[in-house]
Design a protein. Structure first.
Length: 176
């Protein structure tokens, strides 16, 4: 694990849809891996622990209740979650506290296109969400490529380009 060589990729294609008082970030990322290993990355608690902003108390590959624990250094914060839909290896939808996340994995000629729709209550938070998931997906891509750097979570993200990414996404999305 060599974090000294880690640099975030350029900002991804994003958009934001606001309806009924909620905002949904849409973020897409191509990965040079077929859907099954990407699915495992999104559902297996051991794999999630290597890249996601949270730890899962169970495999997210089937519907039902779960607990997702947000990690920021030594601080841990548990949030109730419910897996609403799990259609391996293409669709995963779950709540995380008050947020709703929908992951779609579409096969492509060179691997997969992963699209995240993350719905939040406050549209001002969307650029921060985009920057956080961007870093997480960069870490996930390195993990799938066999070059893991370990999870970059919480305030530690400040050291790995999160402020610049947040600013870039705010500009792209027209949010201060």
């Amino acid at each position: 694990m060599d974090r000294t060589t880690f640099h975030p990729s350029p900002p991804l294609a994003v958009s934001c849809e606001t309806t009924d008082g909620t905002s949904s970030l849409l973020l897409s990322r191509p990965l040079p891996h077929p859907p099954p290993p990407v699915w495992a990355l999104l559902t297996d608690p051991a794999r999630l622990a290597e890249w996601a902003p949270f730890l899962a108390d169970r495999d997210l590959g089937s519907p039902g209740a779960a607990v997702l624990t947000l990690v920021d250094g030594e601080h841990r914060e548990q949030h109730p979650a419910t897996v609403r839909r799990a259609e391996p290896p293409h669709l995963l939808e779950y709540t995380w506290g008050d947020d709703l996340l929908r992951w779609e994995i579409d096969p492509t000629v060179g691997g997969s296109l992963v699209t995240l729709r993350h719905t939040v209550a406050d549209p001002q938070f969307v650029p921060s969400v985009a920057a956080g998931w961007h870093l997480c997906l960069d870490v996930a891509a390195r993990l799938l490529d066999g070059d893991p750097v370990g999870p970059i979570r919480g305030s530690e993200a400040q050291e790995f380009g999160w402020p610049e990414l947040r600013h870039a996404y705010a500009r792209r999305l027209g949010v201060d």
